[in-house]
Every structure is written in C-alpha cells, then in structure tokens.
Design a binder for this molecule. Structure first.
Ligand code: GAF
Length: 388
C-alpha cells in the first residue's frame, strides 16, 4: 500500500533554497509553489466552453528562481538527472525537452511582467507524481511563473489572471500540448477546503466546499503514464470540433442533446454525447456537493466514468479496474480523472473504509498482473504562492 505524501512546504522550500545556493553559488530571490490538481468531475469539457470542478492538491511543484540580466536560462530539477542550459530565445525549438518548455516557457509568455531580455536560474522539486494525469506540467508552469512574477517585483495577487494566461500559453504555444485551461486555472486559483466550479463560457469561477465530514478524496495513480502530446487528447479535441460543426454550433456547450442523438455519424454522436451529458453532470454534482447529497454525487461520478469509457473512449483497463474495485469496496463514487489514456482515478471514500478501498484496488491490480498503483489523499488545498 503506497500512499504518496505531500511533504512539508516550508521544509521543501528551505531545502530547495539551499540546493539553489550550492548549485549556482548565489542565493535564489524566492521560492514559488504551485499545486497539481484532481478534477472531481467534468472531463474534456473545458475546451468545449463547458464546466469543470477541480480541486488543488496538497502535492505541489516548488521553484527556486533568480532572474538574470543576460537572457541565459539554467534549469535543474531534483526529479530529472540532466540540468539544461540555454538561452530564452531557444525555448520554442523542438530540441528543448518538454519539462524545460514548461518551466522556462512561462518566462517568455508573461509578457511585459518580466522584461523580454531577462534570463533565469531555476531549481525545481515536486511532490506531484509525474505522468499521472494530476497536472504536474501545469504545476511546473505556475510555480516558475509565480516565482518569476515575485522576483520581478510584481504583486502575485494582482497578477493571478495574467499568470493563468501565461501558463496556458507556455503549454500550448511553447510545448505544443493543446490543453484547455482547467489545470492552470485551478493551480493558480485553488483554495483550501474548496473545489472550483469553472465555467469556460462565461469565465466565472465559484468555490464549492469540497471537504465532506467523515470522507476523503482518494486518488489512485494507475502508473499507466499519459502525455497530452501523445495524440489521443488532440484527436478527441478534433472529434469535438467536427461534431460541433456537424451540429452547426460554435462549441458543444451550445449543443442540444436531442440534436446530438439525431447525428448520423456514430463517432461524432458519442463524442458529443459525452461532452453534453458531462456538462450537465458537473452542474448536478456541484449542487450535490454543496448539499452533501452523497448518493447523487456518487451517481454522477459513476455516470461520468461510464461516459468516458464507452462514448469518449479515453479510459483503459487499469482505470476501469481501479474504479470498479473502489466502488465494490465501499467508495461513494469513483471515476477516472484528467485527460485519460492512463493516469489516475478519483474516489470519494468514507475515511473508515479508506485502507480497505486501497487494499481492494491493490489486490485487483495484483490479480490482473498490473504494476502496483500508488495512492494519495487529495485534501483540497491552496493555489500558487510564494513560500520562501
Ligand atoms: C488535461 C487538459 F490539460 C485539461 O485542459 C482538460 O482538458 C483535461 O485534460 C480533461 O478534462 O488535463
């Protein structure tokens, strides 16, 4: 039974500042911290102008930074063996490793907030499992971004919207991952104890209390690694655009379920049905969460998983196993979470059943011959901040 610890932010920040000094022979200006996320419900809805309901994890990426006058970029990470040195003008090149693009790309997308000729020294550390569908990449962008803003003398509070926009552009323009914006928004705007109901049509964000007495949000990393640049994510996005065009609407948010069901093309119909019904499930689930109506919440999570498995086709055998085992062992609800094709599941679990649910998932994985999964408890936590 592996339960992944979030670590103590103050200790991690202090250790990172020491490593920065040892590596670069000069102290970091500050240490930024930005969390990963788990989405409770609302998958592949953000780029369809829909609704999502993520929480920020206690697990986060930490970035010790110092801005430089010469445009040079040096990045090292406790998780990655080879540090990278180059120039900020090189960052868009396809030779640059993805993690460097996430980390330093934000320097170029923050616009005037960080003068265009500056470089940066960075050391990263992270407690967000990588490749687990928990937004380790958005956490890197937002941690470097928040630290760069503070190092440039900007007010982090006033610049939160700017930071989200810069982190999204680092991901879509510098790295080339066609993501929808949920991950960066929750990494910056997460609040302790709350999920964030985000409406990608109006831009509205509303906190929804997400700590339920006697329960916890259990996340299971299947260890089936996923990457948003792999092609599956982009192909689902293209399917949605085609379905919207066939329906004559600008986005699937505008689509009507009856019109969707009448589509001749089976693939377009199933992709659009997932998005339209998923947006409706987010609304019901957010109300159920507010009212502590756990039966309704659990049913929405189950419906969401089935829709992703059967209509959107982004689940995999390991995710289905985790969801089925959690549900059979007493979870209130369970579903895969994130972009799909691997990654993690999330389950709402009575605290007194937590270890039983974990043991049941582990046993189901062992019986199926899958690698042992790892688990974490997603206590809804704060968004990006300066921690040292
Ligand atoms: C990934 C993307 F980055 C998000 O924008 C979102 O589309 C999610 O997959 C699926 O809901 O995390």
């Amino acid at each position: 039974m592996t339960v992944w610890d979030a670590g103590d932010p103050a200790l991690i920040a202090a250790r990172l500042a020491e490593e920065f000094l040892a590596r670069y022979d000069t102290p970091a200006t500050c240490v930024g911290r930005a969390p990963g996320r788990v989405n409770l419900i609302g998958e592949h809805t953000d780029y369809n102008a829909g609704l999502v309901l993520p929480v920020a994890l206690p697990h986060a990426t930490y970035a010790a930074v110092r801005l430089r006058e010469d445009g040079v970029v040096r990045i090292a990470s406790s998780q990655i063996e080879d540090p990278w040195t180059g120039h900020r003008d090189d960052l868009a090149s396809s030779e640059v490793p993805g993690w460097v693009g996430y980390a330093a790309g934000v320097l170029t997308t923050l616009g005037e907030a960080v003068p265009a000729d500056l470089g940066i020294d960075v050391v990263l550390d992270s407690t967000v499992p990588m490749g687990a569908g928990l937004s380790s990449s958005a956490a890197i962008e937002c941690a470097v971004g928040v630290a760069s803003l503070a190092a440039a003398g900007r007010s982090v509070e006033a610049d939160r919207d700017l930071l989200v926009a810069a982190a999204i552009r680092a991901e879509t323009e510098v790295v080339g991952a066609p993501t929808g914006g949920m991950d960066q928004t929750i990494s910056v705007f997460g609040r302790p104890g709350e999920a964030l109901l985000i409406d990608f049509r109006s831009g509205e964000r509303r906190g929804v209390p997400a700590e339920i007495e006697g329960h916890c949000w259990l996340v299971t990393d299947t260890r089936v690694s996923h990457a948003l640049t792999d092609g599956g994510y982009g192909s689902r996005r293209a399917d949605c655009e085609r379905a919207a065009a066939a329906l004559g609407v600008a986005t699937l948010r505008e689509a009507d379920l009856a019109a969707v069901e009448a589509l001749d093309d089976d693939l377009a119909r199933r992709r659009a049905r997932h998005v339209v019904t998923e947006i409706a499930r987010v609304e019901v689930a957010a109300t159920a969460l507010r009212e502590h109506d756990l039966a309704t919440l659990g049913a929405q999570m189950a419906g969401s998983h089935a829709s992703m498995r059967d209509d959107f086709e982004i689940s995999c055998a390991e995710l289905d196993t985790a969801v089925e085992a959690a549900t059979a062992a007493g979870a209130v609800g369970a579903r895969m979470t994130g972009g799909g094709f691997g990654g993690s599941s999330v389950a709402l679990v009575p605290i007194d059943r937590r270890d039983t649910v974990i043991a049941a998932i582990d046993a189901a994985f062992a019986a199926a011959g899958y690698a042992a999964p790892r688990h974490l408890v997603a206590t809804p936590s704060a968004g990006a901040a300066i921690v040292g």
